[in-house]
Design a protein around this ligand. Sequence first.
Ligand SMILES: *[C@@H]1O[C@H](CO)[C@@H](O)[C@H](O)[C@H]1NC(C)=O
Ligand SMILES: *[C@@H]1O[C@H](CO)[C@@H](O)[C@H](O)[C@H]1NC(C)=O
Length: 384
Amino acid sequence: MGFKFISLFLLLLPLLTLTILSRADQALASDKKPHESHRNRTVLVSAGRVKIAALKGRKQTRECNLFQGRWVFDASYPFYDSSTCPFIDGEFDCLKFGRPDRQFLKYSWQPDSCTIPRFDGQAFLNKWRGKRVMFVGDSLSQNMWESLGCMIHASVPDTKTTFIKRTPVSSLIFQEYGVTIFLYRTPYLVDISKETVGRVLNLGTIEGGADVWKDMDILVFNSWHWWLHKGVELQGWDYIRTGSSLIRDMDRLDAFNKGLTTWAQWVDQNVNISQTRVFFQGISPTHYVGKEWNEPRDNCNGQMQPLSGSTYPGGSLPAASIVSRVLSSMKTPVYLLDITTLSQLRKDAHPSTYGAAGGSDCSHWCLPGLPDTWNQLLYAALSM
Ligand SMILES: *[C@@H]1O[C@H](CO)[C@@H](O)[C@H](O)[C@H]1NC(C)=O
Ligand SMILES: *[C@@H]1O[C@H](CO)[C@@H](O)[C@H](O)[C@H]1NC(C)=O
């Protein structure tokens, strides 16, 4: 699907160039945000030179794999202060829950062959004025949703917001811009129905919520973690319906593949791509098994540094291959935010014991923290 996007961009290049020039002017006008230092590209020289520099940067971005790179120390991070962001849930608010180290806040993602554009919340609100953005999925969607809210809020701290948390739809409205960022909670994307036998996970249908999704301007889907959950407490269903059979259980990757294929068909049949841009938030990894990074006695607890380099010793995730395969079979151009590997390198970025959830959480991520990078990449993809 990346290719479809790229060929579209090549076609639109003359038009893009104009947009880029006016962007460069905007960048110049607002050029003193905290993240300038690590970019070092838009130096305050004559406007002409800045335009050329920006153009070169764009060209690189277009040819660049944003998701291949490494983590570098960056003193200008994080994007915001957790105590001033009103949208962070306790389970992600690591500093509030006593995390003593700060180094994990100070890494920026550096792709090998380009620089990620600086996140500018005000520019985001202006560009998407009057529009609706929705994250659809599980608590990793919530993690990313709250991060985006905080990042925008940090750019425009005095703007009026309305924050409503409900099930299944929560919303954060930036009133002066008419921009709403929704969270739609549906961990499997496909339907769960309450029937006489109990809760049934329907691998072949998407009805709940789907009407709401159609009206969005930007959709960011995610699903995976719940497909693995087992046991009465954690598993969200009692039976699985696949085709016409009702079964007790099945291989979970198979089930995910079937459910995601149903989702893909829904998108192909229902999303109007001249109105809506569709993203898939890639598989978010966990760090419960230290063997994966050659520290067999460890998990994410007490980890204070990312892994160096660009590859994860524990290898790739089968669920991520399913995502790639399903997306590449779609006719709708869905942009994969391929955050799996870069997140695998961040064994230090989980709440571990410092979150409201208690226990040892090696699956969600602290805020500020890694999901801010996911949003920076979403922003980059939207600007390209
Ligand atoms: C920024 O660029 C200048 C001049 O090219 C260079 O001297 C300086 O070290 C750079 N700073 C960073 C943070 O890369
Ligand atoms: C898709 O959206 C565009 C722009 O809003 C609209 O003009 C067009 O009629 C829509 N197409 C369908 C099939 O709804």
